[in-house]
Design a protein around this ligand. Structure first.
Ligand SMILES: *Cc1c(COP(=O)(O)O)cnc(C)c1O
Length: 328
């Protein structure tokens, strides 16, 4: 089940789904994304991870054949009240320790019983849960979540789904019938200690810009807002188009690598809304128009995220509208 929520992690839901057309199902967070996939002609199963919030969304789900995650009582009531001809495939979500969506273990038997009796549901319902720290290898919390899920679902019919990307890679016991990878499909590692390359993944996104100016600075000159970087020697600074108005994190620290003409060079000074500054003193001559890669092959978005105190998920999801997205 290929997770393409949040505009396919910033990659564009329709182009990404085309690239992932071999998936058996797609998973999205919002109805609007599910409708976009149907409108674009995708016929695969589509799972709405948050389920429906009202009767209007039930109607849309029925019309487009969208599968629903059922994580709270109100959603069972919507299904019980449904009088349309269509029946729904649903996934009952059990909260085994994420503390977010899903029925707590104590409420699960009653929820399962209601779902099993509901005539608008295609039986048997699928069974799912979500891991809270699968990216930490071999931890007791995840082991307990897996054990609890196994106990709560023992002997029940219905397909099981547990694993996100990290669960799929690090927890073979979590693979069950359906896996739900998101991040790794875009070539990004979910682990702090393993790179995408370690996992055999290649980034799908390249955030590319151009040098718009090159400027010589003297020792003691400050660069950028707040003067957070001061040249310690005569230096050459390339100014590249691209800043936090595009998705490049303002918190990225001096020293975060970028590629100028495919050669690594350090970001220096504070990232602006539309521009950032790079120390290219050590590089062969750089001129306006030269290509700058802010993340992609050679500059993992994981590295940029670490340098900005965030996670790669946040960076790729934040790609703003003025960034032109093309899939290779
Ligand atoms: C987002 C999400 C996933 C995918 O997670 P990744 O870490 O991106 O692989 C899987 N399952 C659920 C319920 C999610 O919300």
């Amino acid at each position: 089940m290929a997770v393409v929520k949040a505009n396919a992690y910033g990659h564009g839901v329709v182009p990404a789904a085309r690239a992932l057309a071999g998936a058996d199902a797609f998973a999205v967070a919002r109805m609007r994304e599910a409708v976009a996939l149907r409108t674009a002609g995708f016929r695969q199963r589509i799972v709405l991870l948050q389920g429906v919030k009202d009767a209007e969304e039930m109607q849309e789900a029925a019309q487009d054949g969208i599968e629903l995650v059922v994580h709270q009582r109100e959603q069972i009531e919507l299904l019980q009240a449904w009088r349309g001809a269509q029946r729904f495939r649903v996934w009952l979500k059990i909260d085994t320790g994420m503390g977010r969506l899903g029925f707590w273990p104590g409420d699960t038997p009653a929820a399962l019983a209601r779902v099993a009796e509901c005539r608008s549901i295609v039986q048997p319902a699928g069974l799912m849960t979500h891991l809270a720290e699968a990216e930490v290898r071999n931890n007791g919390y995840t082991r307990a979540q897996l054990r609890l899920f196994a106990q709560l679902t023992a002997g029940l019919p219905g397909e099981r789904s547990i694993a996100n990307s990290a669960g799929l890679v690090a927890w073979p016991a979590a693979r069950a019938d359906w896996v739900r990878p998101g991040l790794m499909l875009y070539g990004i590692s979910p682990f702090a200690e393993s790179s995408a390359a370690d996992l055999g993944l290649r980034p799908a996104m390249r955030l590319e810009s151009r040098v718009i100016a090159v400027k010589d600075v003297s020792a003691g000159d400050r660069v950028g807002y707040g003067g957070t970087w001061t040249a310690a020697r005569k230096s050459r600074i390339a100014v590249a188009a691209g800043g936090y108005g595009d998705c490049y994190p303002r918190n990225a620290a001096t020293g975060t690598p970028v590629l100028v003409n495919e050669i690594p060079a350090p970001l220096v000074g504070r990232v602006s809304m539309d521009m950032l500054t790079i120390d290219v003193t050590e590089l062969p001559p750089v001129a306006p128009g030269d290509p700058v890669v802010l993340w992609g092959r050679g500059v993992p978005v994981e590295t940029v995220a670490a340098g900005a105190g965030t996670i790669p998920y946040e960076l790729v999801c934040g790609v703003s509208e003025r960034v032109q997205v093309e899939l290779c």
